[in-house]
Design a protein around this ligand. Sequence first.
Ligand code: ATP
Length: 242
Amino acid sequence: MRDTSRTHEHWLFGGTFDPIHRGHTALAQSAREKFQLNRVYFVTNNIPPHKQLKQSLFAHRYAMVALATAAEKAFLPSLLEAPEELSEAGSKKSAAKTLTPSYSIDTIRRLKAQLKPADEIFFLIGVDAFKDIAKWHKAEELFSECKFVVASRPGFSLADVANSLPEKLRPAPAVTKPFEKQQAIGDLVLPKATVHLLDNVHHAISATAIRDAVKAGRPIAKWVDAGVADYIKKTGLYKGAD
Ligand code: ATP
């Protein structure tokens, strides 16, 4: 996985990040340590198609990602899915279309177009999000474009991970049955999909709980970076959230 002499690895960690929290940074930190990464790109999603929630503006979510990643050299905020007016392409007045909604397959292909053919893309994702991966746009093709690194947590088995794969890539039930009692750790290397598992990096935090806490006037300091907490306070984000 880490023969960096000829190829380059590009690690992407996408999310709504509304707001980014310590669960997100802990996941990326764990991947950074396990795979000795010197760069992880935090890609703020622009309206993820599988989420129907009302979101904060891209600019607010991106700003919080920039604040939360500032102290870690290996973490970079990415504008890969930025709306056109905020993207580098947009600022150069290119003919690029506004990227709404942003599908991961398009993001990855756009990135690949700028890379060398031997370069590899790794997609970091939590197991809760991975459970729905089969519903993502062009899900099967995603697995041929990149390798997945899934952060698992207690309660998820290897069978849960294998059964989440798009139907055509999924092993037969007779194959996954023995995985039911196996904790989701290790690697799942199938003919058309590679999934590496990062175990036990889940923190009991969600952005939803943070938004609810802000609305109710409860403290959020233990869940988010200090800069993010200040940003939320200064801008009044989530105060009137539904
Ligand atoms: P929301 O509560 O609004 O649904 P969220 O907290 O789940 O948000 P997202 O931005 O949707 O955050 O998640 C981005 C990625 O981070 C996903 O791959 C998700 O599985 C993962 N993730 C989210 N929360 C945690 C957590 N507490 N620990 C580890 N991974 C997480």
